[in-house]
Unconditional design. Structure first.
Length: 109
């Protein structure tokens, strides 16, 4: 696996976490909307060279007409987990960029 593939995988991970956070924010914003059906974000891996993709689908849990099926604690946990996932992928991307810089400085010398 090349260095550009590592950076591409980290970038796709950051994009997936952004979508996960946006979905949690959308659910939180609509928590008081009667009949709102929360959205779920599924993250799945891609084949070579790797990475992840996200799919946002309506929840399968029951929604009553006079309330929503949004659990605020679960949504806040999703938001925090997506922030940590983004930070981890950003660190991997930054490490790849640093390695790229080292390789370029070796090539120049």
């Amino acid at each position: 696996m090349g260095l550009s593939a590592v950076m591409s995988i980290a970038f796709s991970g950051m994009q997936a976490q952004v979508k996960r956070l946006a979905t949690a924010a959308h659910n939180i914003a609509n928590a008081d909307t009667s009949g709102y059906d929360r959205l779920d974000t599924q993250v799945s891996s891609l084949p070579n060279p790797g990475g992840v993709t996200t799919t946002v689908t309506p929840s399968t849990s029951v929604t009553f007409p006079d309330s929503s099926n949004v659990d605020m604690a679960s949504e806040m946990l999703d938001a925090l987990a997506s922030a940590q996932g983004f930070a981890a992928n950003a660190a991997a991307f930054e490490t790849g960029a640093d390695m790229w810089d080292v390789l370029m400085s070796i090539k120049r010398d």
